[in-house]
Structures are given as C-alpha cells and as structure tokens.
Design a protein around this ligand. Structure first.
Ligand code: GLU
Length: 406
C-alpha cells in the first residue's frame, strides 16, 4: 500500500527544496512554489533548501542569481542550509552516469545528432511516433571498444526497463505511465555535460530531499526521474505537482496579464506579507473561504492535501485589496526603511522638493495608512501631505479655514 505523502514526513525529517533556474526574473509562480515548500518544511519541523540550477551558462549570470536571492530574502523565505549551486556539481553528475554505465543501467550512444534528426524526420513523415531505436544498445562490446579507441564521441542513455511506472502524486493522485512511452533518454550529452534529468535526480538524492513540491510543468519528467532513482538505487522522494497559476482569463499567467516578477511587486509598494498571504492561498486552501491569513497561520495549517488540482487565478485587483488590509494594520516602525526609499524616489523624480524628515513621514503614514493600498501611495496619492498647495480658493479658505480649531 502506498503511504500518503502526509504520513511520510512524520517519522523522518522532511527535506524539501526550491530549485529555480536563474532567468533574470523571479516569477510569482516560482515564489509560490518556494512558499509551499517553505511552509511544508515549517509545518513539519523540516528543512527548506535552495538549489540554484545554474547549468545554462548564458542565462545564469550572477545578476540573475542575485534576483532570486534578493526576492527570497525580501519575502523571508530563507533556506535552512547552505545554498547548492548545480553547476558546481557537474563532476558528481558525470560520476553517477559512469556508475550506471558500469552497472549496465545505461549505455553509450554513438549516433550523431544529424542521424537522429534524420530518423526523427522519417518517423514524422510516416506518421509514427518517434523514439530512439536503441541501435547502440545492441552494439557488440568489441565494436564499442573500437569506437572508443577511435575517440568517437558518445552520449550516455538510460536503459529504460519494461513495465509500467506508477507513482502517487500528492496533488493529482495515482499516475501511471507505460515504460513503452519513454525512450532511452540521454543522461550525458556528447560533450560530456549532464542533462537536467540526471542532474536533478543526483542533486535531490544527495541533498536527501524527501518531498518534491514543484510546478505541474514537471509532471511529465517525473516517471523518467523515478526510473533514475531506481537505476541509481537511491530512495525515491514523494512528489506533489502544483497546478499552474492562471490570469483572470483562465489562461496561463504571463506578462500579457501584467507584471509577473516579484521584483515588480516590491517596487510597486507591496509588503512581503501581502505577497505571502496572496500566494499562500493561490492553489491551496485551509478548507474555508478566508482571504486573509498570515504567515503563522499558513505555517500552522499548510499541508499538501490542501493543494488544489486545478489552476489558481492570480487577480491583481484582489491583491490590491489585500494589500490595503495589510497596509492599514502596519506600524510605521516596521516600514520606515521602505518608506524612506519611496520618499527618496519621489524626491529624485521631482515630486517632492526634498526628502521629508522621518517624523513627518510617520505622521502622514498614521493619517493615511487606512486609506492607501501601497507603500508608494503615500508619496503619490498622499503627496499633498508633504507639499504646500499649488493653488487655493480664497473664498473657500475664508469660509472654512476660520474657526478656532483650524
Ligand atoms: N529548475 C527547474 C525549473 O526552474 C525546476 C526543477 C525541479 O523543481 O525539479 O523549472
């Protein structure tokens, strides 16, 4: 009997991870994945780890990595252990592939990319699905040796065993895939570089990850990864695939819907706690229909069984409303630094003549916080608090500004 994903964490220590690939942007969907992992770790007294999947040297610039680190730090989603950089582990990935070669779980494929493309094209013309035809699996050992002696480049492919692959997904329930559908996928490319499929499994195994909570887009990778855990004889973690985030039109959330990067929300004047609340309820529910829930409550209530299997809608209008709720309850002291930053910006853009003294910002904050939605609103909609009026109506002034208490 397959144990439920909830049971498993009770005995051992839960170890989960967020494994972003740096792209220069931290998408709200990525943050939601990080948050669910973090909450699950906190809820189970487990460990939340961060692995930067920086094997794409072109995209993975130090700046792109920094965007992720800054975003997570702003949200208070700090990893419990040292950050793992995938690119520094390539030798270990290679060693795992070589170990599999030795054990007979993988084999060398000498087929050149052009040949493979040709065969794929041929299959397409004939209208049949393409799958690597395993011709290199059947090469006699002498032939393999002589090709190696010639120095011919080769890829390493996993020998996919027959039979069905089944797993229990914490969100989607039982998933079955026939081994027939899976080709002998590549573990090491001809240039010796490990593929994502190999790296992710070796890293998760070495990091002792017990539960993989990640986006739905990885569901089709899971059977292959399970085969690799088996081939490498490493314990298989539990999987939970979280549905995509949708825009209000129910299409996959993209830039068409507005900003998708967490940096944007920070710069727009949202509080980290607002984002935690909003993303925590995006595809997960505590079982009631509340809209406001703080980090402590999320931690207390979060479990994988509360993750919904259908896509969750990210609605910026709702987020704004929520932001107003948080702003109105926020004391000046906890946002003084951020407000100072917005004041500086307003001054540098000429909306303010000078940066107001902190006492003035505090007074304005206390008067305005129940009426604004964003930190930045104080120096936008609330600008009149800091400036003398440009014009006034003398009549109105005589009429209204004359009493004792004015
Ligand atoms: N690096 C992958 C991504 O950003 C995630 C890998 C995983 O979670 O298994 O999509």
């Amino acid at each position: 009997m397959i144990k439920s994903i909830e049971d498993k964490g009770v005995g051992g220590i839960v170890r989960v991870r967020f494994a972003p690939s740096p792209t220069g942007d931290l998408h709200v969907g990525g943050v939601r994945t990080a948050l669910f992992n973090y909450l699950y770790a906190r809820h189970t007294d487990g460990r939340f780890l961060l692995r930067i999947e920086d094997t794409d040297r072109e995209r993975s610039t130090p700046e792109a990595v920094q965007v992720i680190l800054d975003g997570l730090a702003w949200l208070g989603l700090d990893p419990d252990e040292e950050i793992v950089y995938q690119s520094r582990r390539m030798e270990l990935h290679r060693a795992a592939a070589l170990e599999l070669l030795e054990r007979g779980g993988a084999y060398r494929c000498f087929c050149a990319p052009e040949e493979l493309t040709g065969r794929r094209e041929e299959a397409r013309r004939q209208g049949r699905p393409y799958k690597y035809d395993r011709r290199c699996l059947h090469l006699p050992p002498e032939e393999v040796n002589s090709r190696l002696d010639e120095g011919r480049p080769y890829a390493v492919r996993l020998k996919v065993p027959e039979g069905e692959i089944r797993f229990q997904d914490g969100v989607h329930g039982e998933i079955r895939v026939s081994g027939e559908e899976i080709e002998d996928f590549v573990l090491l490319r001809r240039d010796g570089s490990p593929t994502y499929m190999l790296a992710v499994v070796v890293d998760d195994a070495d990091m002792g990850i017990t539960h993989i909570i990640r986006g739905d887009d990885h569901i089709s990778n899971t059977p292959k990864q399970i085969l690799l855990y088996r081939a490498l004889d490493r314990p298989q973690p539990e999987f939970a695939h979280v549905p995509l985030i949708l825009g209000t039109d129910k299409k996959r959330l993209s830039k068409r819907h507005g900003a998708t990067s967490i940096t944007h929300y920070r710069e727009a004047g949202y509080l980290p706690e607002t984002m935690i609340n909003c993303l925590g309820l995006l595809g997960w529910s505590p079982g009631d229909d509340r809209n406001v829930i703080n980090r402590q409550e999320l931690t207390q209530l979060f479990d994988i069984s509360g993750i919904q299997s259908s896509g969750a809608v990210f609605d910026e209008a709702k987020l704004q409303w929520l932001s107003g709720q948080y702003i109105s309850g926020t004391e000046y002291a906890s946002v003084s630094g951020e407000l100072g930053r917005f004041a500086e910006m307003a001054a540098s853009e000429g909306r303010l003549e000078a940066i107001p003294p902190p006492e003035q910002i505090e007074t304005a904050w206390n008067l305005m916080r129940s009426r604004i939605h964003l930190l930045s609103d104080l120096f936008d909609r609330g600008l009149y608090m800091f400036r003398d009026p440009d014009t006034y109506e003398p009549k109105g002034v005589r009429k209204y500004f004359s009493g004792e208490n004015i």
